[in-house]
Write a protein that binds this ligand. Structure first.
Ligand code: FES
Length: 124
């Protein structure tokens, strides 16, 4: 099985066997700049987002890979408490209400989870 060169393997499907599982990763854009992303399992689906809050461009977690609330129903920015819908990335409460996390295109091939880094202008 092969990926197009632009796809980057970031996890294995086994990392998402349980609801609320999360996996952080780093990737480089086409210009070689380093970014953080994270993938989650929510209601049986795997979603991936850029780890950058739309309020202020900071990581949502404190580097500890904690993105969900205690009930695993919402994604929380630990900086100022923005609440995001895990299935869409849209902020539903907090200082950036209505804005969205940047979704990363995700592909599952076999037991590999891969993302396609957004093109550089989308990451500014
Ligand atoms: S940086 Fe995320 S809510 Fe302020």
């Amino acid at each position: 099985m092969t990926f197009s060169p632009s796809w980057i393997a970031v996890a294995k499907t086994a990392d998402f066997e349980s609801e609320g599982a999360t996996k952080s990763f780093v990737f480089r854009d086409e210009n070689g700049f380093l970014f953080e992303g994270f993938a989650i399992r929510y209601r049986g689906q795997i979603h991936a987002y850029l780890n950058r809050c739309p309020h202020i461009p900071l990581s949502l977690d404190y580097g500890d890979g904690e993105f969900f609330d205690e009930q695993k129903q919402w994604l929380i920015c630990r900086n100022h408490g923005a609440v995001f819908d895990p299935s869409t990335g849209q902020c539903v409460a907090g200082p950036c209400c209505g804005a969205s996390l940047q979704r990363l295109a995700l592909q599952i091939i076999g037991d590999i989870v891969a993302i396609e880094p957004p093109r550089a202008p989308e990451l500014e």
